[in-house]
Design a binder for this molecule. Structure first.
Ligand code: ADP
Ligand code: ASP
Ligand code: MG
Length: 411
């Protein structure tokens, strides 16, 4: 008998029939003697619809009200799943974030979990009640509803598993594990049996949306074993765990892409100390994260300063950057919304030289121009024209010999 946290993503609860399928899986695990906390996302497509409604009503929706709106999709699925289990004769109870409560900071739409109270949940578990918790949402110290960023139900699942010291956190999704690259764009992607927290952190932060990055940070910090599986079959999935020797022998373990970034370039800035701060600090004050940054070598005392932000932050970031550019006498602000970031990730890069060169050579051979580069100990990322994304992923997947043949994807 174990305490199991199961998280089901949008596709897994995408229809009444699929919610019934989830209820069956939950009941099976319960009947085997496990205590269960089940975290669910909104039905697939629902959160996107809510985001579109917010953007349709005004240009810059109020951030507090935005979270009240976009968190509502999960209220539907917790209720439906709890109803279904009760109709099958099981004890089950739905919980919204504020009812648990899952306490977060007040950064609306990207809130961080600060504390989870386990009191009510423990009482229910003692009573053998199945807990159905809404993913993606929490509550701040003033009682405002908050959300944890897109894909945030993964983080709800892992954080609940950490708070309750669960034996495992099972993440059920529409693929049966973490693959060497997105199996939806590369049909030779291969399932990874076990992956270290650090590699998974890089994959998640660089675009492999199968797990939200914060969920992996939680898992690493609290040593939660995460098992990524499909809710549509019983295949063994991928275990995300501590690093071991064997993992280091793999040079590149995955390729990722992210199409949700945009580029902003401040042109012909006087090259003086303090320029970066003047451009970047108003952005961070507005809670906008900047990803890649490149400052060109200066020519006649002028330089160009280029950075990327997510599409969601683009409009706001552009307004702020234009203002900063005026203040520092920059000539112009240019933008490009059609970029993507393609990255290679692997623990083996720590001890092998030449991996980046091989990546650049491969892209050059295909005529793909590299606009920006960034590296860490275990990854290399490049920004390229978005239209070459799939091609870049496939050629890199091939050249680093990652191909296999056991893809299983449900749509
Ligand atoms: P859920 O709604 O269940 O949370 P997501 O759509 O958030 O599911 O995440 C699953 C998707 O992640 C897959 O359908 C796949 O397209 C995508 N994905 C991207 N990179 C990877 C990868 N390396 N391995 C597995 N899936 C990936
Ligand atoms: N429903 C939320 C989203 O679409 C959270 C999640 O699915 O994890 O981003
Ligand atoms: Mg997800």
């Amino acid at each position: 008998m174990a305490l199991v946290v199961q998280k089901y993503g949008g596709t897994s609860v995408g229809s009444v029939e699929r919610i019934r399928n989830v209820a069956k899986r939950v009941a099976e695990s319960y009947d085997a003697g496990n205590d269960l906390v089940v975290v669910v996302s909104a039905m697939s497509g629902e959160t996107n619809k809510l985001v579109a409604l917010a953007n349709g009503i005004c240009e810059f929706p109020d951030s507090r009200e935005y979270d009240v709106l976009v968190s509502s999709g999960e209220q539907v699925t917790v209720a439906l799943l709890a109803m279904c289990l009760k109709s099958m004769g099981y004890k089950a109870k739905s919980y919204l974030g504020h009812q648990i409560p899952i306490l977060t900071d007040s950064s609306f739409s990207k809130a961080r979990i600060k504390k989870i109270s386990d009191k009510k949940l423990r009482q229910d578990l003692k009573d053998r009640t199945i807990i159905i918790a809404a993913g993606f949402q929490g509550v701040d110290g003033d009682g405002n509803i908050t959300t944890l960023g897109r894909g945030g139900s993964d983080t709800s699942g892992v954080a609940l598993a950490a708070a309750l010291k669960a034996d495992v956190c099972e993440i059920y999704t529409d693929v049966d594990g973490v693959y060497t690259t997105d199996p939806n764009i590369c049909d030779t992607a291969r399932k990874i049996e076990r992956i270290s927290y650090d590699e998974m952190l890089e994959l998640a932060s660089l675009g492999a949306k199968v797990l939200q990055i914060r969920s992996v940070q939680f898992a690493k910090k609290f040593n939660v074993v995460v098992h990524v599986r499909s809710s549509f079959n019983d295949n063994p999935g991928t275990l995300v765990t501590k690093e071991d020797k064997e993992m280091e022998s793999i040079l590149v373990s995955g390729i990722t892409y992210a199409k949700d970034e945009t580029k902003i370039a401040v042109m012909r800035v006087p090259d003086k100390p303090g320029i970066a701060v003047k451009i970047l600090s108003p952005l961070s004050a507005a809670n906008i994260s900047v990803d890649m940054i490149v400052q060109n070598v200066s020519e006649d005392g002028f330089t160009d300063f280029t950075f990327t932000v997510t599409k969601a932050d683009f409009k706001k970031a552009l307004l702020i950057t234009r203002e900063a550019a005026r203040e520092i006498d920059a000539r112009d602000v240019l933008t490009d919304e059609n970029i993507s970031k393609v990255s290679i990730v692997g623990l083996g890069m720590r001890s092998h030289a030449g991996v980046a060169t091989k990546m650049f050579e491969t892209l050059a051979k295909e005529g793909i121009n590299i606009q920006m580069i960034s590296t860490s100990e275990i990854k290399v990322s490049v920004v390229i024209d978005a239209k070459y994304t799939e091609l870049a992923v496939r050629v890199l997947h091939d050249v680093f010999e990652l191909s296999g043949k056991d893809v299983s994807v449900e749509r």
